[in-house]
Design a protein around this ligand. Sequence first.
Ligand code: ATP
Ligand code: MG
Length: 310
Amino acid sequence: MITVLGINTAIDHLMQVGELRLGEVNRTMHEQVLPGGKGLHVAQTIAALREPVQLIGLVDAAHRNLTARRMSERGVLFHGVEIDAPLRHCIALRDAHGRITEVLGQGPELDGRDRAALQRAFLRALEESDLVVLSGSLPRGFAADTYAELAQQVRAAGKRCLVDASGDVLRWAVSAQPYLLKPNRDEAEALFGRAIAGVDAAVAALRELRAQGVAMPVLSLGALGAVGMDDSGAWHASVEPGQVRNTVGSGDCFLAGMAVAIARDQSLREALRLAVACGAANAMEVETGYVRTDQVEALLGRVRVEEWTR
Ligand SMILES: Nc1ncnc2c1ncn2[C@@H]1O[C@H](COP(=O)(O)OP(=O)(O)OP(=O)(O)O)[C@@H](O)[C@H]1O
Ligand SMILES: [Mg+2]
């Protein structure tokens, strides 16, 4: 069983408009309300790849049923930690040109009682898991070293921890030496304070993360694919997708692919192949943070993975 901790559950409002006009009334042609958030995306993609998964995240009374129903439809065991304050809401407006304008709510501020409830749920789940994924932003009220502390708990339990975070949370997470870290290019540039233009620069950054004790650092580079490093060496993987519709959430689907392959004891090379196929499959769909299994399978044979020896 893989456990995903995706604390900051969002309620995503996806709206299709014609021309988006600022300061005027805009009417939608289509709208959808879905539970979201990075952890939720990772968990539902793991389930789509047919690996048992449970998700721990916040929920409020108004959205408990919506979230529980959706996660059950998608094959995810959901443990919602209920809070009194409303969840964060995120609005994505897609216009006739395919441009997406996002408005991201700041979300609730949590107190010590809520944080303790999450910690209890996490420790219960950890007992049943060999692999833990910590993914996404933290609600207000959490310290920047939250993922670092949780990753240490996972390591102390002799289990592997995969972390996707940004900014100070990422910086702290490095110090906890998780099994895998997956920054994207922007996150890695902020972490290292320098530009990471291509694969060579990305591999150099991975080498530094390995020296700091991260067993399998991975850097995702959008359309350029991804690079990863472990004892077997450095590998670069990429695939040319079909028509790209929405790349938001590709990193979440990528991480789900890594988690599934690692849970199945596959090599880094095979893990990157699955992860890159998942990232590209997400990019080909309008829905954020989910893949069609048939699309992943169709892409798998086209992924190029090569050892990076330069
Ligand atoms: N345009 C694209 N073409 C092909 N593959 C893509 C494209 N965009 C993303 N991918 C795949 O998805 C992976 C993750 O994408 P990216 O590096 O953009 O993650 P991210 O910035 O963390 O995304 P997010 O945080 O929105 O989930 C890439 O490594 C790549 O394999
Ligand atoms: Mg990301």
